[in-house]
Design a protein around this ligand. Structure first.
Ligand code: SF4
Length: 248
């Protein structure tokens, strides 16, 4: 799965640009998922009076509305982006308005102030309303998603990458940088996605089938603890894999 985020002020062309990106990716036979950040404080899908709302009011945590054409699972709290992404299996996920991620970003803007308002070093292109009047900004291409979508999606295919773990710098800086700094370096072509060592750790942890990221420090504790116990057991072999399943 490869991920990007499209960020921009209101009415700058985010959703229109994303619609065109989705259509072009689909035309190229990719599966596509999306995540939309809602900035409206207090936003809720569920409305007062529905049965699912009554379930929530009665104290339910996760509530699911299961219909013939749609299934909506509603959590009672905001999930972090990588947790949400772990439920996706599409080739590409396009996020709208998500900024708390190291994923490469497109800014949509109406003017240069709009670009600056969302600027950071994980941005690889500009699009939206401003692209009819500007061709380049700070050495980044400005591409109109309505008239040059193939060019924009060529670029997305080139830079979109599987999400970095986005852990705190205090927890991991094994690559020599923070996750966001590594993402910036990958975009500049001076580091590679493989420089994040987390995917290569020899101990993996899954909970309900979902892979849980562990920073090297935690992986070492888990690995040494399990190996320390396993070594004392009859049948232990120092070769091959060890699997543990904890049922709750
Ligand atoms: S090694 Fe991976 S998880 Fe650790 S800081 Fe670098 S990018 Fe982040």
């Amino acid at each position: 799965m490869r991920v990007i985020s499209v960020v921009g002020l209101s009415k700058s062309g985010k959703t229109t640009t994303i619609e065109e990106i989705i259509k072009e990716l689909k035309r190229r036979n990719y599966s596509v998922g999306t995540i939309k950040e809602i900035h409206f404080h207090g936003f809720k899908m569920d409305v007062e009076g529905t049965n699912t709302h009554r379930h929530r009011m009665a104290g339910a945590g996760t509530v699911t509305a299961r219909g013939d054409s749609e299934t909506d699972i509603m959590y009672d709290h905001k999930l972090d982006v990588n947790t949400i992404l772990s439920y996706y299996a599409e080739d590409f996920v396009i996020m709208e308005g998500v900024r708390d991620t190291s994923a490469p970003k497109i800014i949509t803007a109406s003017d240069e102030e709009g670009i600056e308002a969302k600027w950071d070093d994980t941005v690889f292109a500009i699009s939206g309303v401003i692209s009819t009047s500007l061709k380049e900004y700070k050495n980044l291409p400005v591409i109109d998603g309505l008239t040059r979508i193939e060019e924009l999606v060529d670029l997305i295919e080139k830079v979109a990458m599987s999400p970095l773990p986005d852990v705190d710098r205090d927890c991991c800086s094994v690559c020599g940088y923070s996750c966001t700094e590594l993402s910036e370096r990958i975009l500049k072509g001076i580091s590679k996605r493989e420089d994040c060592v987390i995917d290569d750790l020899s101990t993996t942890l899954t909970i309900n089938g979902k892979k849980i990221y562990m920073v090297p420090f935690v992986e070492k504790i888990l690995r040494n603890t399990i190996l320390g116990v396993a070594k004392e057991l009859k049948g232990y072999s120092h070769k091959g894999e060890i699997s543990i399943c904890i049922k709750r």
